[in-house]
Ligand binder design. Sequence first.
Ligand code: HPA
Length: 274
Amino acid sequence: MYYNDDVKRAAEAVGSRFGSIPAQAVGLVSGTGLGGIASLLAERREMATADIPGFPRSTAPSHAGVLALGHIQSRPVVLLSGRLHLYEGHSPRDVAYGVRLLAGLGVKTLILTNAAGALDPHFPAGGLMRVTDHINLTGRNPLLGPNEDGAGPRFPDMSRAYSPRLGALADAAALKLGLRLERGVYAGVLGPSLETPAETRMLRLLGADAVGMSTVTEVIAARHLGLDVLALSCLTNLNLPDCMAETTLEAVIATAKQAEGDLTRLLTSVIPEF
Ligand code: HPA
């Protein structure tokens, strides 16, 4: 779906590298510490996002900008690793750029993965959570400004931002694998500072079960474009307001790496069901 010239130009650059993207391709975005997802892709071919005209540059050390095409259990997958974050100073439009490109390549189903802090005290560190809904606390929105009518409506509905159908498939796959998959509300914050105990208590009172610095901007753009979304969080740290432990990027990445095995098993099992 080439809804504007920028997306068309970028999609053509991808097409000239990979040939045409197969119909039914699933879009996948890997989060912090989850770059190993790329190794799931059979017959993987890669290109640097820096070679895609218009693709904004990432500044995050843990996010190499790569677009990969391959298969997971014979299902074509386009993987974006190296997402952009608002906290890097990127505009919400730039943060949503990758999702818009995936839509431009014909992707209809999008899986977003992320690292998040658990707020529900029952959630285990190193566990996985399926996002059922979100609270956008970034104060930003990728749809600010004139609406691109060719992409989607001015006021996109967000009543089912996370596809109940894809969610049910993920729950069934987790059950079959004997994996615990929590369900909950993801609070998207701007960052880059982590939350104080008072902010953590507030997020819990607002109804959030996990908190992170990504995903919500991309989901808004994806829903605007009519994509079906599944989002999976690796719970890299526990945020309990009455006994806050220090959180470091190193610890977040180390725990994400530990959870990555479960996440890749879940993805391998669920993607062919789409
Ligand atoms: N807060 C915000 N973002 C995060 C966290 C957190 O505790 N853990 C991983 N990403």
